[in-house]
Design a protein around this ligand. Sequence first.
Ligand code: GFB
Length: 314
Amino acid sequence: MTFDLRRKRIWVAGHRGMVGGAVVRRLAAEECEIITAGRDVVDLVDQAAVKTWLTQTRPDAIILAAAKVGGIKANNDFPVDFLYQNLMIEANILQAAHEADVERVLFLGSSCIYPKFAPQPIPEDALLTGPLEPTNEWYAIAKIAGIKLTQAYRTQYGRDWISAMPTNLYGPGDNYDLNSSHVLPALLRKFHEAKVSGAPEVVLWGSGTPLREFLHCDDLADALVFLLKNYSGYEHVNVGSGVEVTIRELAETIADVVGYAAELTFDSTKPDGTPRKLMDSSRLNAMGWNRARPLRAGIAQTYDDWLQQTGAKA
Ligand code: GFB
């Protein structure tokens, strides 16, 4: 084991988000102290505030799950928010972590860092080998900068900091706002609302042909804790489920989980985004982590959780 979590103080940056919340749930099973701080305590885009808070708090490790995130439309509509906020959050935290002498940092990227037409499944070394998908290049550029900054501290100062690249995520605590969400929560909500109102059709954005790989956030959290404990290396590590589906197939699975077979119609005024982004997670698998749950089971759990949280009836 590279890093023993027992008696360590671990800051989960972004604990109110879907990924940060999952990491807090997972770390509860470890003998460590979990540190969290809401935006009211420390605003992560404020350099001075981050520096003061981290210097006072001095955690042993940071899981950097704080980020401005959103689906294809939000990424496309708000380029400044996605580029500026993510650059600030990661630069502020990494520099302050260096000054506070934090032993371990786990930075989180995203599969959209890879070129639009990367080889499939996408190996880690496909990074920076071709042009990005235009709908999310702002977010991708910020996340690439974060990976490089993490590597820079390792190279210049010998910091044992690492990065993980999750594939498309879903699960409890996701964003269900139809304008800014990712596809999976959007379709859960659309099918649920169609069932309640008896609407004959559900509208999907784009053509339904793009392929996506989905991972439950609790499986991601398990993989992140595994990497924090066991991985020390310069290169980022892909974290995926290894299974891809078309957006149409995803919609059919969600229709089945919700129990409402509406007709699918396609809004071609909305973008498809990248045609395919299946990650090659063989490095992670070879290290010993391969525990992604089946997609249908994960969607059913997520739907149950959403019904409970909103008080909606199935
Ligand atoms: O999940 P999503 O918004 O993001 O969209 P990306 C995935 C696919 O689902 C696209 C289609 O082809 C969408 O056109 N889609 C169909 C829908 N219906 C809907 C709908 O109602 N809502 C949404 N949102 N999509 C994001 C990036 O890309 O993936 C981020 O923009 C990030 O930067 C994230 O990397 C993981 O997979 O296309």
